[in-house]
Design a protein around this ligand. Structure first.
Ligand SMILES: NC(=O)c1ccc[n+]([C@@H]2O[C@H](COP(=O)([O-])OP(=O)(O)OC[C@H]3O[C@@H](n4cnc5c(N)ncnc54)[C@H](OP(=O)(O)O)[C@@H]3O)[C@@H](O)[C@H]2O)c1
Length: 291
């Protein structure tokens, strides 16, 4: 059974302090569970190489892999670079790290609408050269809409119980047969009432990420947790996103095999109608107006 669940090889999964064997076991678990769509990026430390190695060793090089361009590590900083030279360098590095001769999907990572327009000739050329099969934009707000108009094959943007800004953009994308990928379906883990306390380094990483760049209002998180009630968070939060017919793939990630199992269960089932109605009615304060 092909799942609409995607697995992100990002965050701790590419970092030196998180053993490569653990990353491989999670990738293997996702594959065995039916996941056939993975996402990664060159700036997720060693993630691309770990994903490429795992897929090769497991004999699963045919699965769909997306990666990104436009953000690069320079020392401890992340810099943006949407130049023709920068994109080509990223693509060549990703092909080497993943051990592939073509990228299934290359996203521009967080571009402005103007940057999308400026990058399109290079992206189209990369498709003609056979290095990239599909092009897309991963971001937020108006650039996602611009990506649809510019002729991209895919868009990737946040969508969850408390962040519904992109609902209409996903509708517009579907109407134009553009692939839609929802990220942050668990609001980066914050929808789980057991978000605290930390038990290991990966938990500390998760908390630091949420603390350094807060994206959600505390009131909204509390309202969503209350609406989820005793239901397992993955089944509720992922189920909510799976229930939207305009979302092709729901991209999540985890460092824990137990959490992966819950995400797989959510992908195989469907959300209970009363729970869905409760989650739909979570009051967004202020209401999102659709980006
Ligand atoms: N969010 C972004 O800014 C962004 C940007 C570009 C691309 N992406 C792509 O989207 C993927 C998804 O990332 P995301 O962080 O946005 O996804 P998310 O699904 O909203 O959150 C993932 C977090 O939720 C926790 N989690 C996972 N399963 C859980 C469960 N069953 N119960 C409780 N907590 C659970 C994980 O922590 P544990 O490790 O503790 O399970 C993880 O830190 C990334 O891997 C990446 O490929 C994301």
């Amino acid at each position: 059974m092909t799942l609409r669940l995607g697995f992100g090889v990002s965050g701790p999964l590419g970092q030196r302090w998180f053993e490569a064997a653990r990353t491989r076991a999670l990738i293997e678990g996702a594959l065995h569970g039916g996941v056939a769509h993975f996402d990664t990026a060159p700036f997720y430390f060693d993630a691309e190489r770990r994903l490429g190695d795992a897929l090769r060793k497991l004999g699963r090089n045919e699965v769909f892999v997306s990666t990104k361009t436009g953000t690069r590590r320079k020392g401890h900083r992340l810099i943006k670079d949407f130049s023709d030279v920068g994109i080509r360098a990223d693509v060549d590095q990703s092909l080497r790290a993943l051990g592939r001769d073509r990228l299934d999907l290359l996203y521009l990572h967080g571009p402005t609408s103007t940057e999308i327009d400026a990058c399109m000739p290079t992206l189209r050329l990369l498709k003609r050269e056979g290095k990239v099969e599909r092009i897309g934009v991963c971001g937020e707000g108006e650039p996602l809409r611009r990506a649809i108009g510019a002729g991209c094959d895919a868009i990737m943007g946040p969508y969850n119980i408390i962040d519904r800004r992109h609902e209409r953009i996903f509708v517009e994308a579907k109407a134009k047969a553009v692939m839609t990928v929802a990220i942050a379906p668990l609001a980066q883990g914050l929808l789980d009432r057991r978000f605290f306390p930390p038990h290991d380094l990966a938990d500390i990483w998760r908390m630091a990420r949420a603390g350094l760049r807060p994206r959600y209002r505390k009131k909204a998180i509390a309202a969503a947790r209350e609406a989820i009630g005793p239901a397992p968070v993955a089944e509720a939060a992922l189920g909510f996103v799976f229930a939207d017919p305009n979302i092709d793939f729901v991209m999540t990630t985890t460092t824990k095999p137990g959490h992966l199992a819950r995400s797989l269960a959510a992908a195989r089932g469907s959300i209970e109608p009363l729970l869905y109605a409760r989650l739909k009615n979570v009051a967004l304060d202020p209401p999102f107006d659709g980006a």
